[in-house]
Design a protein around this ligand. Sequence first.
Ligand code: B12
Length: 303
Amino acid sequence: MDAAGELVSPKQVARAIGVSESSLKRWCDTGRIPTTRTAGGHRRMRIADVIRFVREEQQPLTTPEVLGLPPVTDGAQLGLRRGGERLADALLAGQAESVRRLLFDLYFAGHSLSLLCDQVIAAALHEVGRRWECRTAEVYQERRSCEIVQQALSEFRRLLPPTDSQWTALGATLSDDQYTLPGMMADLVLRDCGWSATNLGPSIPADSLASAVATQRPRLFWLSVSYFTDEADFVAQFTVVAEACRNAGSLLVIGGQMLNEPLRRRLQFGSHCDSMQQLESLARSLRKRWPRRRNSRGVSRTR
Ligand code: B12
């Protein structure tokens, strides 16, 4: 069962939300929380549906630990900007548990995943970068910050809705580009929009990405560009990937700190996004605009 399909019982959810089991069962039976039944007739809910109910109905979680989630702390009151500042301090100090609790507090307060990525996590990592640049932070603190954020972000997967294998997306960074967070964020944000996303990871040669696109034929291919040593070589590599996307009918979506306007004018791509919020709105609008793919017999198919 994929993480998003994880099931929980009314007893667990009632304890996590701090309501009686009978009220919770009533919410199940009135359809406020999508519910299935076991062979023995017991109610079960997907954790993703419980979390959507909690966030949409602003139903405070009293004991999220019951659902394997971090305890509630005061993060929700901080808001996004101060949340980002608190996160930068916790990252530089290597406080993984504080980072985890802060991100979940802000998520349960109703902030979208894409907003947390852009205005809290990226903002905090930019601050870590500024400290590195002015020698008040070390490279190990940069790397550790990324590890801590990746650990926390990987826990969000189990809270996301099931993905639709019709909407396939693949992504990576090119050779030399070791940056992992933008790719992980794009993967999570696309899954949050119901896309079946696969992050191939950092620093992959263009030829290999081109063959991945040719064989997988994703509907969307994302490329994050945070670093390259030689612009001409980067453009040459990029062109190989862009060609493969054109041949496979995959929309090439690009983003990243290195993609300034003059460089973008030298590149052929489908869409440029400066943030995860832009990616989210693109991913949701494509699902509305694009038809489902059909095979020769007119049956909807996943590729
Ligand atoms: C962590 C880090 C590292 C780590 C990365 C580890 C890892 N696992 O990723 C390590 C130690 C490897 C590293 C190395 C270097 N680093 Co460094 N690093 C950083 C740091 C602090 C954070 C990077 C990060 O993850 N940011 C968080 C992400 C999420 O933010 P983001 O990239 O802005 O992405 C957002 C948007 O751009 C957008 N986006 C980005 N990509 C995409 C893709 C798509 C599809 C979409 C839709 C959106 C999108 O959405 C994101 C969320 O809002 C940055 C500081 C900074 N300003 O980011 C410096 C920074 C990028 N590094 C810098 C430098 C110079 C280096 C080195 C060259 C240092 C050296 N001399 O060795 C090397 C180069 C390594 C290489 N070959 O890749 C400079 C770059 C300056 C420049 N532009 O030239 C920075 C800016 C630090 C600084 N202030 O000077 N670094």
